[in-house]
Design a protein. Sequence first.
Length: 277
Amino acid sequence: MSALVLAQALFKKAWLPSKDLPLAKKSRLKVVEPQKPALSQHQEPAQRLQQLNQLVGNQGASNSPAPQRPQITPPAQSMPARPAPQAQPPQQQPQQMQPVSEQPKPVVEPKKAPSLAVSAPEQFHVAATMMNEHWGVVVSLPQRHAGLQGMDYVMLSKLIAAFQKLCGQAPSQVEFDFFHWPPKRGIAAALNDETFSLNALKGFLHKMAHRKQCSWVMLDEKFAQFCFQKPELKAFSVIPRGQHVLLASPSLTQLQSQPELKKELWSKLQELAKQSS
């Protein structure tokens, strides 16, 4: 060190530069100091305080003699208390359906058709025809036939021709229609109702009379009791029906075997024809 001082004293101008060295010029380099992070207003207070503490700590590290600032502890934010769960009402359990004991329904018996005063025969067969516009004759046959027997047809034809002359009409060819119960075919074949059979017979006779009221001669008093529902009817009984009458006669077999019954029947027809004329 002393040698250096001695050299400077002896050679002052020798070691000094002739020109001023550009040592005193300002450097173009800028010292960039670390920027302090800006605090956002939208940050939470706790985060902002933490950043402040960090800045303060960094400055304290660069300037050691600076006193340390006490860290500010953010107040604990009180979290809003969650509402206590409301007690839910107890769920109602579905009521169990108790089996309902079905009470037996009262058995309703079907209404029976009113019983007839005279029961219908299980089967019957009828031949019928119109003697004139106001009179008809019904013959109860003993069994199912395709038509009347020869002798029976001849006797009835003579009786009808005589009655037509009595009423002032010319005799005409006699044609009979037949009705059988029960029928062989159709829905009615399975029916076993006596009222139905009676109504069917009345419909047959009503159609034969051209749906008009007329007088009838019924050959067979027992069958007449069923047809007219008059159990008190006897042979040659007369039932008035307004301007018309119903006459019960002995059966065809009785008229053939007993000639006096034919005479009595003819006498009764003459009497009724005069009353109606």
